[in-house]
Write a protein that binds this ligand. Structure first.
Ligand SMILES: [Fe+2]
Ligand SMILES: [Fe+2]
Length: 354
């Protein structure tokens, strides 16, 4: 079943993905052996022989889990774990220590920092089973925390969950930050300079797909096209997001984008089939940059499309999926908007969340 004819980020034709593990160990022989065994157990394995390289790989590759030695040159496993915790991109990646140190002090210190502490030698079948169990537990915990979140939940906390959504679903870390910056830049360029408006837009953009946390994995990561029933479930994510955000006073005003980002100018979107100016301007602006970023970024299931071709696709959807006035402004001022947005990104002069 097709999702209308929207240019979107549907889960069609997506290859099944193995969980990605980063193994950090200074013993090259062990690293080689364990990587081979874990690859056989259907994991994608990335390796690093020291903590500094390991941190860089964790940032660039966003693995689902890190398996790490403790005694290593440059940085110990404990130091690496602490460094990962202060970076929003890596702070939620579960870590398992895999070490020859089997004394109580190290075991207790390791367990206080990481998801698990496993001593060498280890049976590869048991190790694979333990990793899978941890991945299941982590994902369930994330969902529960966000679904049970209440008014004390801060925006910063939500931003961290939004990073988690990226890692869990699209595997395109940076998408939410880029679209938040780009949406705000496009809005400013169109003359919307009111601070509360821009702030709500920034928050809403960041959280646009947070409702996907409530979509079961088997639907979210299904390798092939979704059937009618699965689409029905997938289409619930804007409503789920809206329910979650409306329960949190500081995020009430940011709920428009998560609720309406799949509505279309011609009324053929979802969930409420809004049309034209029934869709708030912030959402009409966001919808374009969200699709632009999805088109121009390489995803596991598709190659990146050039800027020029992406703009052509966006132009062809003016008056159908998108507000023609916003499309015209975006495409006419494209170079300037992109460069302003990149500056915003680099200088971190984002509108400050409450
Ligand atoms: Fe969405
Ligand atoms: Fe998106």
């Amino acid at each position: 079943m097709e999702e209308d004819s929207s240019v979107d980020n549907p889960n069609t034709d997506r290859p099944a993905e193995n969980p990605k593990l980063l193994v950090i160990d200074d013993d090259a022989n062990f690293l080689f052996g364990i990587s081979r065994l874990l690859t056989k157990a259907d994991f994608t394995v990335i390796a690093a022989t020291d903590g500094v390289t390991g941190i860089a790989k964790a940032q660039s590759e966003c693995p689902d889990l890190i398996l790490m030695d403790i005694n290593m040159p440059k940085m110990t496993g404990f130091q690496v774990k602490k460094a990962l915790e202060v970076d929003p991109v890596t702070q939620f990646i579960p870590v398992v220590f895999l070490t020859a140190l089997n004394d109580d002090a190290n075991t207790l210190a390791g367990l206080s920092l990481a998801e698990d502490y496993i001593t060498k030698p280890v049976d590869s079948t048991i190790l694979a089973a333990r990793i899978k169990s941890i991945l299941r537990r982590v994902k369930t915990g994330m969902r529960r925390a966000i679904i049970e979140s209440d008014s004390s939940f801060s925006f910063e906390r939500f931003k961290q969950w939004a990073y988690s959504v990226e890692m869990m679903d699209e595997r395109s870390v940076g998408h939410t930050t880029r679209v938040a910056n780009l949406a705000v830049t496009l809005a400013k360029s169109m003359g919307y300079t009111d601070d509360p408006f821009l702030e709500a837009m920034y928050k809403g953009s960041f959280l646009h797909d947070i409702g996907k946390l409530a979509i079961p994995d088997k639907v979210l990561n299904k390798p092939g096209p979704l059937n009618a029933e699965e689409w029905e479930l997938m289409r619930q994510h804007p409503l789920v997001a809206s329910q979650m955000l409306s329960a949190i006073p500081i995020l009430n005003e940011a709920a428009d984008i998560p609720l309406m980002h799949h509505e279309r100018w011609d009324g053929k979107g979802y969930p409420n089939h809004l049309a034209g100016e029934q869709i708030p301007i912030a959402v009409r602006i966001f919808a374009i940059v969200d699709v632009y970023d999805a088109l121009t970024t390489k995803r596991p299931y598709k190659e990146a499309i050039s800027e020029e071709n992406s703009l052509q696709i966006i132009r062809s959807l003016a008056g159908k999926q998108f507000d023609p006035v916003v499309v015209e402004h975006f495409t006419d001022h494209f170079t300037q908007i992109i460069s302003e947005s990149e500056k915003l990104h680099q200088l971190s002069i984002l509108p400050k969340p409450a």
